[in-house]
Design a protein around this ligand. Sequence first.
Ligand SMILES: NC(=O)c1ccc[n+]([C@@H]2O[C@H](COP(=O)([O-])OP(=O)(O)OC[C@H]3O[C@@H](n4cnc5c(N)ncnc54)[C@H](OP(=O)(O)O)[C@@H]3O)[C@@H](O)[C@H]2O)c1
Length: 270
Amino acid sequence: MEEVKVVLITGGSSGIGAATARILAAQGMKVYAASRRGKLETPMPDIIPISMDVNDWEATQLAVAQIVRAEGRLDAVVVNAGSGIYGPVEGTLEEEARHQFETNYFGAVKTIQACLPVFREQGHGRIITVCSVMSVLQLPFQGFYSSVKAALLSLSESLSMELKGSGIQCSAILPGDVATGFTSARKFTAASEDPASPYRSKMDKNLKKIEADERGGMKPEVIGKAILKQLKRKKMRVRVIPRIDYAAVGALVRLLPEKSKLALINILYT
Ligand SMILES: NC(=O)c1ccc[n+]([C@@H]2O[C@H](COP(=O)([O-])OP(=O)(O)OC[C@H]3O[C@@H](n4cnc5c(N)ncnc54)[C@H](OP(=O)(O)O)[C@@H]3O)[C@@H](O)[C@H]2O)c1
């Protein structure tokens, strides 16, 4: 098994990405933490901040080439950059929905496509994609975020089959609620801010709950440790839901009939 020495993390400037960078660097890995701001919350040796917008294909390719030039290798990528969007499906503008897919999905695709030729030439590489429990458990008023995270999970699992036998592995990490800047960075659709929205009272209750759940959520280090665990495994698991309570929810979701699942979520979230 090829030891993981050099890692690129997108969205490495804060939250899950930054915590993962610190955990991997503490293990002796060289970490390139990419983000638009190109800075770290807490600078640390062995974590190199890079300025890279995942929506910019040239910048993404350039960043990967820069790492390979400096290190002579790139062993793993943590595809993590992203943000949320809130609002009812009804009335969401096409550009609002497209914006969500642009960074969270196509940004991830660009990152993966920029790394794949390097991994293929080396004969090894690991792709860890940060999805969400919402990849498998859809929530009301987060239809576009749920969709994008489900799409990312599908992408990761399709890719894992395509890459079988290449030495390149894929793992999708599905975090539950994590206390990060994600909550304050969430975008709100214009329709979600309409005081006369027919969804007003449901949204008000729902938003209070999801924000409280996120702010009281697990530390991002829990996800960083789950990512480290996969990077240390000979064969990465294709799908990981960190922390036993969320893993149990994931298992329940698989067992429950779809109708019962949606009814239960509806009671809890609206
Ligand atoms: N927090 C949760 O409860 C939770 C749960 C499940 C999954 N997740 C997922 O975890 C990932 C990380 O989120 P987080 O919770 O750590 O939130 P966060 O603290 O807001 O971090 C988001 C990171 O993504 C970067 N980013 C955003 N747009 C970017 C772009 N276009 N190009 C490059 N970097 C970009 C941000 O840096 P810049 O702003 O400097 O670019 C930041 O470093 C996301 O994919 C999110 O969907 C979060």
